[in-house]
Design a protein around this ligand. Structure first.
Ligand code: FPP
Length: 260
């Protein structure tokens, strides 16, 4: 396929409406959504896509009922347990964007096992955005850059004091303390150093007819292409995914530049 996107990000929306349409409990919608996700992971990896990121649970999703929230985490456990062997067979590495330290212990334990056991895989990187919110991610990155700056500043002051006391000229790091650069901020996001410096998404897909971003990768999607479909996530097939990827291949991206 020409112009295969390197990184595809998906907002998997519509599980609840899918269940409602079928007069099923919401969790049945999430279960069907998990099955759809399995197929897309396999398909993306077979196509040769290098990074796939899915929005599985946002920082706002805690507002849902206890039953639904614990049901979603139960599905996560089920997913990773049933898929680990296949993920390894497919050479897929799983990583998490978001603070998942606060998710229920059983889900955290099986996720940790999956992250460790797929660590050596060199094929597609499958990022699960979990307890993820983009504004929180940006604030966390800014704070972490600031912490480094404060440490560097303190070290420099200590050096100046020492040099003064010894009558020497000031030595040591001449790294600038300001300004913060785009590269530096990017490196401190979940998609940065800690998760292998994932390139920005080339394509963002959102299902279920909603056309909004919902606090998903705000920094990283500055130049992404978008594909919106009315299909509810549990009905999203590998055929539709393939069509969207093919259609992406025909788009011309200019990144703010001029048409060639
Ligand atoms: C959005 O549908 C979907 C979610 C909030 C959860 C996504 C979860 C899965 C696809 C399955 C579990 C997989 C993992 C990895 C945890 P919605 O409930 O907002 O649908 P609605 O807008 O129709 O109500």
């Amino acid at each position: 396929m020409d112009n295969l996107p390197v990184h595809v990000a998906i907002i998997m929306d519509g599980n609840g409406r899918w269940a409602k349409k079928k007069k099923l409990p919401r969790l049945a919608g999430h279960n069907a959504g998990m099955l759809a996700m399995k197929e897309i992971v396999r398909c993306a990896s077979d196509m040769g896509i290098k990074y796939l990121t899915v929005y599985a649970f946002s920082t706002e999703n805690w507002k849902r009922s206890m039953e639904e929230v614990s049901g979603i985490f139960g599905l996560l456990v089920k997913y990773v347990a049933s898929e680990l062997a296949e993920l390894n067979e497919e050479n897929v590495r799983v990583r998490v964007f978001g603070d998942y330290s606060v998710i229920p212990e059983a889900a955290k334990a099986s996720l940790d096992k999956t992250l460790t056991e797929t660590e050596g895989n060199t094929g597609m990187q499958f990022n699960i955005a979990l307890n993820y919110g983009s504004r929180a991610e940006i604030i966390r990155a800014v704070n972490s850059v600031l912490e480094e700056r404060v440490e560097a500043f303190a070290a420099r002051v200590k050096n100046i004091d020492k040099s003064d006391a010894e009558g020497d000229s000031v030595s040591g790091s001449e790294e600038s303390i300001l300004p913060i650069t785009e590269e530096e901020l990017s490196a401190h996001l979940y998609s940065g150093n800690e998760n292998g410096n994932v390139p920005d998404p080339d394509l963002v897909i959102r299902t279920s007819g909603e056309e909004r971003i919902s606090n998903f990768m705000l920094w990283q999607i500055a130049y992404s292409e978008f594909a919106f479909t009315d299909t509810l996530w549990p009905d999203f097939t590998t055929e539709e995914f393939t069509e969207i990827i093919e259609s992406y291949g025909t788009r011309e991206r200019r990144f703010g530049g001029r048409k060639k």
